[in-house]
Design a protein around this ligand. Sequence first.
Ligand code: DX5
Ligand code: ZN
Length: 223
Amino acid sequence: MLIAPSVLASDFSKLGSEIERISACGADWIHLDGMDGRFVPNLTFGAPVIAAVRKCTDKPFDVHLMIEEPLRYVPDFLKAGADIISFHIESKSDPAETIAAIRRGGAKAAIAVKPGTPAEAVFPYLEDLYMVLVMTVEPGFGGQSFMEDMMDKVRALRARRPGLLVQVDGGIQEKTVRVAARAGVGVCVAGTSVFRAKDAGAAIAALKKAAEEAAPEGEETPC
Ligand code: DX5
Ligand code: ZN
């Protein structure tokens, strides 16, 4: 299981050193949540902030766009150093065009789905995606509870495209990472449980251990 700590739960007054700290203690990817106050009722940061902290780590930047018009801003996020860009299927941008723009820019494309959106909405795009992000909370805020019933969506996606890399985001801690691993999830985003832990390295290690113990046999960790 890969762990992608979400900087939403970090101390924004020292974002650069927070990213350095989490990179040094076992984070696989750095998850950065861009929110526009329209697609979700919260505002965070955009490409200039991501560009500024790009130099703080060599870890892949996993950018989760919770914005109404992702296609319009894809060039900015590519330039800022995003390695993986997830945009919402519920946004106003055309999914095929947005995937193409991300891939043309050399990044990996992923589609994110809100809890109320069925897996089938993503089926037409599965062949062109690096990953699907299944939200396990309503997007917008950290610290919410994991929606276990979303695991049916994970299974449906992986049944449709065997081996598909699925990420979950929201409410991940030791208990819920096990549930995710059993359903075939390959990447877990974790905000509160990692950044607010006394020892972030121990928290990441505990998540990985719990996932490993629970994962179905034969599952391989993606690289
Ligand atoms: C929520 C964000 C998440 C958030 C997760 O909309 O997409 O990445 O930071 O936070 P936790 O892990 O605290 O649920
Ligand atoms: Zn996120």
